[in-house]
Design a protein around this ligand. Sequence first.
Ligand SMILES: O=C1O[C@H](COP(=O)(O)O)[C@@H](O)[C@H](O)[C@H]1O
Length: 252
Amino acid sequence: MAPPNVLKFETEEQVAVALANYIADLSAKFIAANGSFSVVLSGGTLIDTMRKLVEPPYISSIDWSKWLIFYLDERVVPLDHPDCNHKLAVDGFLSKVAIRDSNIYPIKEGLSPEEAADEYEQRLKHLVANKTLRTSAITGFPKFDLMLLGMGPDGHVASLFCWHFQRFEKEKWVTFILDSPKPPSERITFTFPLINSASEIAMVVTGEDAADAVKVALGPHALYGYPLPVQKVSPEGELTWFLDKAATSQLK
Ligand SMILES: O=C1O[C@H](COP(=O)(O)O)[C@@H](O)[C@H](O)[C@H]1O
């Protein structure tokens, strides 16, 4: 695995500008190479940090018709519930750009967490079978073009938390959790083998709350082990951290 690119910015606003540039460049690159751009979104603060994409020049320069949208994790709530990551993405981003509804893949409503995770994995398998999604030659898992990850102050990514066995899953593509330490408790989540098969991963982390976990992940003791889920993010492609000054305040 190549070492990560660690991009540090003074302000969250500068992170938002750099992130939009990075996403627009990847969109053009993958559409030119494959005719589509598969993007996997997190919830949380990430959607707000993507805000520059809905402004000029990106709003008109990006070929939104070629985008496919998936979710790294989702809370098992109705799709119009305030806790739903898809609703957050629709309100803050998807309703403002010309991505077709049929190219957006929210979870299926009305299922148990286990059923929702299985159903999402089956849908991904169908998209691999019909060649909408590519496969990693190394892992055999789907190879998304870009995953946009946030990180909680406890070092969780997607819905993979410390002290929860889901972070050790090796076979499943999508799994579920019934006792998330961050509410709501019932969620589904991509697993690390799926996350780490991505072509590109952006870790987008801003604010002082995340500074301790950033220190564990990127500080001098980072190679001592895997106490935090974020340390298991190690894609076969490129990993780029986008950090503001507050998030790096505990790094020397
Ligand atoms: O619960 C979640 O938290 C993480 C981190 O969120 P943030 O608000 O601290 O950025 C998020 O990436 C994940 O998608 C979400 O379900």
